[in-house]
Design a protein. Structure first.
Length: 242
């Protein structure tokens, strides 16, 4: 287990070093609030809102809000259907018009979870249908592998510190096909059965339709609210819906 963890941490650090060598200047902020209501072992609803800035609490140029319905299959498989609104503004101001992109999006998601000792792994597959003002209709396909490692408890429950590390790949069915990659390293604390905070460093790489690459670093903060999640009968894996 120690060998696996050392290798995983080294790989993530190496990838971040490669991407850090060609970043756009300045640290942005990425602020997320997520809420989940669990009705029973099968059904839940989720909602999330985000706002992002190009500088530290300045030059806010993006917001989104979305909601969805989740369903749990037996054991460790779940699905989600959701939709939302996504707005991107000019980068040199606070929500400065005109829009760079105004988007309505629907998406379907499949999640598989498994544990390797204390490490909680989440494999997330997502298909998106995007109606954009910039490029018309586009499909997108995403895969995220997320590792959660609690420190002072075997599970992530009340008064638990934990680490979160993920890598997410974005591809499309149109050129240039490879669209985006995100790497996140963060530290979380679950206060009680209703509230968790997760914060850390996120590096984002984008490949534009014109085949122009760009990089950006963010400090991301996630406020995660969960109500009656014990009704699912499952171990909790607190992470953002995004």
């Amino acid at each position: 287990m120690k060998y696996f963890l050392h290798k995983a941490i080294f790989l993530m650090a190496f990838l971040i070093t490669l991407q850090a060598s060609a970043q756009t200047p300045g640290l942005g902020t990425w602020n997320v609030v997520s809420t989940k209501f669990t009705f029973n072992k099968k059904w839940s609803v989720l909602a999330e809102a985000q706002v992002r800035s190009q500088k530290v609490i300045h030059d806010f140029n993006y917001y989104e809000y979305k909601a969805g319905v989740g369903y749990n299959f037996p054991k460790s498989v779940s699905v989600l259907f959701a939709m939302g609104h996504y707005a991107t503004f000019q980068p040199d101001g606070n929500f400065k018009l005109p829009y760079a992109n105004d988007e309505f999006r629907m998406w379907e998601q499949f999640v598989l979870t498994n544990n390797i000792g204390r490490v909680k792994l989440e494999h997330r597959y997502r298909i998106e249908q995007r109606f954009t003002s910039f490029a018309g209709y586009r499909n997108r396909f995403r895969y995220r592998i997320n590792a959660l490692v609690p420190f002072n408890n075997k599970e992530i429950k009340s008064k638990t510190w934990y680490a979160s590390v993920f890598n997410e790949l974005f591809v499309t069915n149109e050129a240039p096909y490879y669209e985006q990659n995100r790497i996140f390293l963060g530290l979380g604390y679950q206060f009680n059965d209703k509230f968790t905070i997760l914060a850390g460093y996120l590096n984002r790489f984008d490949q534009s339709i014109a085949n122009v690459p760009s990089w950006k670093n963010y400090f991301q903060t996630n406020l995660i609210f969960s109500f009656d999640e014990f009704k699912s009968g499952r171990e909790r894996h607190p992470s953002s819906l995004d």
